[in-house]
Structures are given as C-alpha cells and as structure tokens.
Design a protein around this ligand. Structure first.
Ligand code: 4AD
Ligand code: MG
Length: 482
C-alpha cells in the first residue's frame, strides 16, 4: 500500500499490520494527554471502534496541536504499533498529522458525553458521528444488502415501482398530493372542483402508499418479484412506530396461497436476523450495552430481554399462527380487557386489534412472534381474498415484541367478479383501475404477498425504541428538516 493512500480503520483493526507505515483519515472523537504526549481517538465511520493515535507533542507544530479538538477532521501518517492499553490491540504512532478541517469546540453541538436521543434528533445532520447512530447506520445498510441477497437467492426479481401514482392502494386516503398547479390560482371545473386535467399528468396524482398494485402486475409475468422503495403516508400519527416517509419491502408471489406467504415471511425475517447476528456483531454488542443502560431506569416488569439474546430467541422459535377469531377470544378474556385497562376494549368479532392488543398477545400471552390471519373484511383493504365464510379475508399480520405489526400482507382476490364486487362496496374507482383488473382478466392465478416496514425491522434489530432513530432523516408531522 502506498504511504499516503488512506486505509480504513476497520481494515486496519482486522489486518493489524504491525510495524507498517500507513495513513488514516477521520474525525476526532476525543483528545486527552499531557504536555509530552497526546492520545486521540479517531473514528472514520467504517466501524464502531476508534483508532488510538499517539502523538509526540514535541514533533507537532503548536498551531496544529491547538486545533486537534473533538469533531475536527485529520489525516494521520504513522507507524502501526501493538498497544499496551486494555481497550485496543493496536495503535498508531503519529509521524505527521495534517489538519483537514477544524472544528470550534465551543460551538460544536456534539460534546464528548452522552446526549439524549431527543437532542440528537434536532441535530440529525451530525448525529451519525455518534457511536449509536454510526452503529444503526451500518446495521441498516447490512439489512438492505441482506434483503436483496435473500430474494436474489430465492429467484425473486426486483421491480422499481413508481412513486407517483393516481391510485390509493390501501384505500386509506392518506396520500400526499403531487402537483405543479399554482396553489393560489387553482383551475376550476364547471362544478367548482379543482380541474386536474390542467395538472402536469392531466389527472390528480399522489405519492404512493405502497408498491403492491404494480408489484402484482409484475408477479403476473415474472412469477416471484419484490419491491423495495420509499412509501408515503400522510397520516397524522405522532407515534414511535409511524413515519410519513418510510421504506417498505414488498414481495409478491404468483401461484402462492396464504400459507406460502406466511412461510416466506417467517423465513425472511429469520434470515435478516441471522444475517445481522453473523455480520454486525460489533455494532450489535454496542447497541446491546446501550439498550441495557436504558432498561435500567425501567420498572422490572417492563424490562425486555438482552438484545442479542432476543434476536436469537426469535431465530430459535416457530412463530405462533392463529386466526383473528382466536385472538379475539384470548383478548376478550384477558385481564387488561376485563379490568378495562386497554384503551380500546375488545367486544367481540369485529373489534379492531390495536397496537396495545398486539403487544399483549406477543409480549404477555404467547411471548413469541405471532402471525395473525383471517381478519374481518371490514378491517382490511379491497384486494384481499374473501374466505368462504363471506366475512373474513385471507389477511396476515406478523406481530413482533416491542414493535407490534412488522409485516402486513394477504392472499389476493384473483377472481374478477369477487374483486369487482369488493371494489364497488368500498367505492374504489373501478374505471381508473382497469389496468389492475386486467391481471384478473388475462390468465389470473392465485397469488400472495406482503409488506415489511423496513424501519420497524431496523428498530427490532437495533433495540432502539423510536423509528425516528433508525432512518437517517425522519419525516414526521411538522418535521421535514435536513
Ligand atoms: O400493513 P400495510 O399498510 O400493508 C401494505 O401497504 C400492503 N400493500 C403490503 C403488501 O401486502 N404488499 O404496511 C406494511 C407494513 C406494516 O406492517 C408496517 O410494518 C409498515 O409497513 N408501516 C409503516 N412503517 C412506518 N411508518 C408508517 N406510517 C407505516 N405504515 C405501515
Ligand atoms: Mg397493516
């Protein structure tokens, strides 16, 4: 390696080229020492560990020394040495330090101390420089890679579905409008409504809430497909599980029923967890310690399993599979329902299963992940396959501890007449969705798919407790900074 060619700290710690002269570049995390020798903890984002740089003060220009403060960026040339310190195996004996970018220690918001997650959200443009957010960012990347690897190995084809759409896939009406119309001078029709024929696309358009509908079109040609893209929901919910812009992984399989769908979901989640355990252990250990720290302030009864133990636990157990009806029976007779502790009390068939109920089932009753199926049709979207009872649909939600719903999916209604009837019942605009209905006209087949909320997955893997902390730049109501 050329002397002034930069080597990443991760590679350096892996290879430990003792005695060699190398160059590293990064940001100073901390500096300590005395008049003779200074120790710098240098991080370059490649791993959770800092490289200890040992500087002989006599060799430095005084001006450089003054600027070696937390947050400053430097390039260091020096010799790799075995370290006598407990915390690291190697260190870098600096021969030459070049200051790349100074950082005023009085103004820099990231001080070498613990900051609250709330404060770090306000400086999201800098928070990836902390251990916690560096670790989350690397784990998130590993999960992105594992998603593509899983589906590629299984022969699924990745489809880029459009972000701008005219249809509301979930029928929940929580879409962001996309328009180039002048908002102060909206063109009107004779009836006085906005005339979208004058808009960019000649009709009203929105940001998509799901890639599923186009995913189904692709599955009807390619067999097995998946989409992985951003989705947008204008729901005004300020919870720790909801974002206005989030990423979703949506596989769709032709010739597959609900059981195939459940099997895929379970295999997929376990694959991702195993991938994290096999490839992200350094970051997971750091995140585990962070989580253990947070748990200390919680009541004994609210504490959860240690992070790595929790991930292994999910890997080692089959998910519980039960129907909505079975779940309602359990919930109806549960202590918090009888004692009216739930915010939403469960009356019987037809009651909506909220996050508090999901978590009761997963965390208190079964103590395992659950796949809940066969919900009442009124609670689910128009495209789900109707069961023979005429009341329930072939829906499935995967529920995880601390998260609640992590996956939502279903077997799709492949029968044209039945699908049309559902669309009419729910006032889904049939005329505008002829392209979707064509799949049921021309060689329709049984098919199924689901959507994994990617941030909820990363939440589970990292042991964090708010989705705003597992996406670099969160979008939530009244917050689109950075
Ligand atoms: O259950 P949902 O709404 O299902 C769909 O959109 C289907 N079209 C998926 C399919 O069958 N292809 O959303 C799927 C998942 C949820 O289980 C949840 O994990 C996540 O997406 N999700 C959100 N994540 C963050 N913020 C939000 N506002 C979310 N809404 C849903
Ligand atoms: Mg859902």
């Amino acid at each position: 390696m050329k002397l002034n060619q930069r080597i990443k700290i991760k590679d350096l710690l892996d290879k430990k080229p003792i005695g060699q002269e190398i160059t590293v570049k990064g940001w100073i995390r901390t500096k300590r020492g005395n008049k003779q020798v200074v120790f710098i903890a240098l991080n370059d984002g490649s791993c959770i560990y800092n490289l200890q740089v040992v500087v002989d003060v006599a060799q430095l220009e005084l001006d450089t020394l003054k600027h070696l403060s937390t947050g400053a960026s430097i390039s260091v040339q020096g010799k790799v040495k075995e370290s006598s310190g407990k915390e690291q195996t190697i260190e870098l004996e600096a021969r030459n330090i070049e200051l790349l970018g100074e950082c005023d220690p009085d103004k820099y918001p990231l001080q070498p101390k613990k900051h609250s997650l709330e404060f770090l959200r306000e400086i999201a443009h800098l928070r990836m420089r902390t251990n916690t957010f560096g670790a989350i960012t690397r784990v998130r990347h590993a999960m992105i890679f594992a998603v593509h690897q899983f589906f590629t190995h299984k022969g699924f084809v990745n489809i880029h579905t459009p972000l701008i759409t005219t249809s509301d896939a979930e029928g929940a009406g929580e879409m962001f409008r996309v328009t180039t119309l002048e908002l102060n001078q909206l063109p009107k029709t004779e009836e006085g409504t906005v005339d979208f024929s004058k808009d960019f696309f000649g009709k009203g358009t929105n940001l998509t809430v799901s890639g599923q509908l186009e995913g189904e079109l692709a599955a009807m040609a390619m067999g097995d497909i998946y989409t992985f893209g951003p989705t947008f929901r204008a729901e005004n919910s300020n919870t720790s599980r909801h974002l206005a812009e989030f990423w979703m992984v949506e596989p769709e399989m032709a010739f597959a029923d609900l059981t195939d769908n459940m099997n895929l979901a379970e295999e997929f989640l376990k694959y991702l967890i195993k991938y994290a355990l096999d490839n992200c252990m350094d970051d997971l250990k750091y995140l585990s310690a962070r989580m253990a720290d947070e748990e200390k302030v919680k009541k004994e009864s609210e504490r959860t399993m240690e992070l790595i133990e929790k991930l292994n636990f999910v890997l080692e157990h089959d998910f519980i599979r039960l129907t909505y009806r079975e779940a309602i029976e359990i919930l109806k007779n549960s202590k918090p329902n009888k004692q009216e502790k739930f915010t939403y009390l469960i009356g019987g068939f037809g009651s909506e299963i909220h996050s508090e109920h999901e978590r009761y089932l997963v965390e208190k009753h079964f103590k395992k992940p659950i796949i809940l199926t066969d919900y009442p049709k009124e609670l689910k979207s128009f495209y789900m396959k109707l069961n023979e009872d005429g009341k329930t649909v072939r829906a499935m939600d995967v529920l995880f501890p601390q998260i609640g719903e992590i996956i939502g999916g279903s077997q799709r209604e492949e029968n044209l007449q039945k699908l049309l009837a559902r669309m009419e019942e729910l006032s889904v605009p049939v005329e505008e969705m002829q392209w979707y209905l064509d799949t049921r006209r021309y060689g329709t087949v049984e098919h199924s798919g689901f959507g994994l909320g990617f941030e909820r997955l990363v939440l589970f893997i990292t042991g964090m407790s708010n989705v705003r902390d597992v996406i670099p730049f969160p979008r939530t109501p009244r917050n689109a900074e950075f």
